[in-house]
Design a protein around this ligand. Structure first.
Ligand code: ATP
Ligand code: LTN
Length: 324
């Protein structure tokens, strides 16, 4: 059976961009593949975190995994720090990853620019991500478009290791959707919707109330040409709303644009509020029905399963590199 692995950081507010760009796909994949979905808590530490808030966010993200429909009977759900092999393989991979390669990562450049004290962990972050993926002989990695470069680096690291030490790693393929892989901010549609951005109005959190969803969508930045068509370069704000409608209703962007041309932006926004509130309602109802004990049990059992596979890969790698 083919393997799927992906991770989400337990930071900020998980938003509709995370969901439509990556997490919704996790749910679809769980029936046909052996899936591993991870709360990448070690990645969260690459920027400063409050320990108590982080502890809560880890449980909250696991709860969201269950609320969107991931089923622990089919899928392994776990926290990265509960499986020490992730940190250990990350070190070994850092030793075959080049400084120049990591320096070219755009996420590092974006997240470090203008900051005074940038952690070394933020710089080596992609090597830990490669370790996450390669430990499980992963075939497919469902992610948003912003992770494409990290996936390319993961493939390069896997191929380099295989060339140097003999066939060891499966070289993974990214799974990036054609539509919805980069949902933009509602207030600054030139930038991606982000859970760490200060402006909360730019993102729709999966846990937002209907009133909040309405306020955010009705205030979303568009343009003054009152004519509906899909063109992300010329009309980034409107095109983002069309994309949000398209991925939630499984209709093409052309179809949506044609329907609303003549009706105006206001009608599109109103209908998008309704569709979005409905998407979130299903998730929130489930979210509120899950107990903390259940989450802890899922994470504990998931880590037990993940540890067995990860430890085996780690030992193989250590052996090949001359450590055992
Ligand atoms: P931050 O905004 O703080 O940088 P993030 O949301 O990018 O965080 P993750 O939690 O690691 O970081 O993202 C989880 C998944 O959601 C990844 O697969 C990522 O590619 C995807 N994703 C993130 N933002 C978007 C977006 N705006 N549109 C589509 N997919 C996204
Ligand atoms: N880097 C990703 C999160 C992440 C991940 C992974 C995604 C960490 N490890 C492994 C897929 C597979 C991010 O910032 N969105």
């Amino acid at each position: 059976m083919t393997r799927v692995f992906s991770g989400v950081q337990p930071t900020g507010d998980i938003h509709i961009g995370n969901y439509l760009g990556a997490m919704k796909r996790f749910v679809e994949l769980q029936d046909e593949h052996e899936c591993f979905f991870c709360v990448v808590d070690l990645h969260a530490l690459t920027v400063p975190q409050n320990p108590d808030i982080l502890r809560n966010k880890i449980l909250q993200l696991a709860r969201i995994y269950l609320a969107i429909g991931l089923d622990p009977a089919k899928t392994t759900l776990f926290a990265q720090s509960h499986v020490p092999a992730h940190s250990e393989l990350a070190w070994l991979l850092q030793c075959i990853t080049y400084f120049g390669e990591l320096s070219r990562m755009t996420q590092f450049k974006d997240k470090s620019s203008g900051k005074e004290n940038v952690s070394v962990g933020l710089f080596t972050y992609p090597a830990l991500m490669a370790a996450d993926i390669l430990l499980y002989d992963t075939d497919y990695v469902p992610v948003g478009a912003d992770q494409k470069q990290h996936l390319e680096l993961t493939r390069d690291i896997a191929q380099r290791f295989n060339n140097r030490f003999g066939e060891t790693f499966v070289v993974p393929e990214p799974l990036i959707s054609d539509v919805g892989a980069k949902i933009m901010s509602l207030t600054d549609p030139e930038k991606k919707m982000s859970k760490s951005a200060e402006d909360e109005m730019g993102r729709i959190s999966l846990l937002d109330t209907p009133d909040m969803v309405k306020k955010k969508i009705m205030r979303a930045v568009t343009d003054s040409e009152n004519c509906v068509y899909y063109d992300p370069d010329k009309k980034p704000g409107l095109s983002n709303l069309i994309t949000l409608m398209s991925v939630q209703t499984n209709r093409s962007v052309e179809d949506i644009a044609a329907e609303y041309d003549g009706k105006g932006y206001g009608q599109l926004k109103k209908d998008l509020v309704e569709v979005t509130v409905n998407t979130l309602k299903g998730i929130q109802d489930k979210y509120n029905s899950i107990s903390e004990d259940e989450i802890r049990k899922v994470l504990s059992e998931g880590a037990d399963k993940a540890r067995v596979i990860a430890e085996k890969t780690l030992q193989k790698v250590q052996q090949k590199m001359g450590l055992r």
